[in-house]
Design a protein around this ligand. Structure first.
Ligand code: GDP
Ligand code: MG
Length: 365
């Protein structure tokens, strides 16, 4: 029997040599489904094959931003410049062997920035501790892809992210699946959407779906349909940064990225150019909300609003206020967009919204 890698290569070659047209569309779709399935098996096996548990980054109160990119492009220098951290900067590749965190402040917001070891080709298969590095990325709020005039080939970075199930600057596929006991696969679409139903049913079957109602609400590619079927992808926004704008080689690299429709933020950490622009781009890329804390008698507390990432819960608010508050929590009363009536009582898992006024009631002692 051929190995998984051989089989993957064979299928990739087949896609490569098959001319894409109406007649072969279906055939190619089937091969892509087979490929995705093999990649999944391979990924599961490599996970089981040891290699430690990897880094695990807990979601903190502040939004988390990861610096990724090839070695020596200036990731550690950027961390040191925009945060309070002190990460080793070096002439050599791989000066950063572990994850170094720092806190960046911008206006009234705080962000946790992580400096990660450089991503090299094959990271997804575990080279250069890449797998552990990439697993961290699945839980961050924003990825900064850092490049420099000598290392600005982004394809392999995007490939590594892709293979790990990270989709950058994409929204999740607009589709839903309801699994049934019987009835086969029924795919329906909303209006103006044309898909090869036979192909999509075949792909769904390939992934073990037998009976299901699938509703598709956008023109999906086979790849995105598979993402939707697997349902375990992380959709994360990314910004591209081209560092070392002080060097003469910068312009050419900048232009060639622009030709690929990538619009990088030009930066020079050494000459301190565009550092504030970078901070403001980070801040505006993450959706944040403001919460106003009130005393239990609804007296407005004279504090600054609490700035949290969108989608935060009452538990996140508690954590941001005082670490004892979650344990001592009784209930919260909220007035604002997240509730139906003023002073509505809610629990820890209630999701707050921008502008909410919130009073926390805690156990004494
Ligand atoms: N010319 C120039 N060199 C830089 C700039 N930023 C960083 N470097 C240099 O690039 C090298 C690698 O930097 P480092 O922060 O360790 O990169 P990392 O491996 O991505 O963390 C060091 O020699 C830095 O001094 C910059 O804006 N311009
Ligand atoms: Mg470094």
């Amino acid at each position: 029997m051929p190995s998984i890698d051989e089989e993957i290569n064979r299928l990739q070659e087949e896609i490569h040599k098959t001319q894409y047209n109406k007649a072969t569309e279906h055939h190619i779709g089937r091969i892509k489904a087979k490929l995705a399935k093999l990649e999944k098996t391979k990924e599961e096996r490599s996970r089981k094959g040891g290699g430690g548990t990897g880094f695990f980054i807990k979601k903190g109160i502040y939004p988390t931003v990861a610096l990724v990119g090839p070695p020596s492009v200036g990731k550690s220098s950027i961390l040191n410049s925009i945060t309070n951290a002190d990460s080793r900067v070096g002439e050599f590749d791989f000066t950063t062997l572990t994850i170094v965190p720092g806190i960046m402040e911008y206006k009234d917001m705080k962000f946790r920035i992580l400096d990660l070891p450089g991503i090299i080709e094959g990271a997804n298969e575990g080279k250069g501790r890449g797998r552990e590095v990439i697993s961290v990325l699945r839980n961050v709020d924003l990825i900064l892809i850092i490049l420099d005039p000598f290392k600005f080939k982004i394809n392999y970075i995007l490939n590594e992210l892709n293979k790990t199930g990270i989709r950058i600057n994409q929204h999740p596929p607009k589709m839903s699946i309801i699994y049934n006991e019987r009835g086969g696969i029924n795919i329906t679409t909303t209006k103006n959407i044309e898909l090869d139903m036979e192909l999509f049913s075949a792909v769904a079957r390939e992934f073990g779906v037998v009976n299901a109602d699938i509703v598709i609400r956008e023109n999906l590619t086979v790849e995105r349909f598979i993402d939707g079927l697997l349902g375990n992808r992380s959709y994360i926004d990314a910004l591209f940064i081209l560092n070392k704008s002080d060097l003469p080689e910068f312009r050419e690299a900048f232009e060639s990225l622009r030709k690929e429709n990538i619009d990088p933020v030009p930066l020079s950490i050494n000459k301190h150019k565009n550092v504030t622009l970078l901070k403001s781009k980070i801040a505006s890329s993450i959706k944040m909300i403001k919460i106003f804390l009130q005393a239990p008698d609804k007296e407005n507390l004279n504090n600054e609003p609490l700035v949290l990432r969108a989608g935060s819960s009452v538990e996140d608010v508690c954590r941001a206020v005082h670490r004892d508050f979650i344990e001592k929590f009784k209930f919260a009363q909220i007035t604002g967009k997240s509730v139906k009536f003023p002073n509505q009582q809610v629990g820890l898992d209630h999701i707050v919204e921008n502008g909410d006024k919130l009073a926390l009631f805690i156990k004494k002692g």
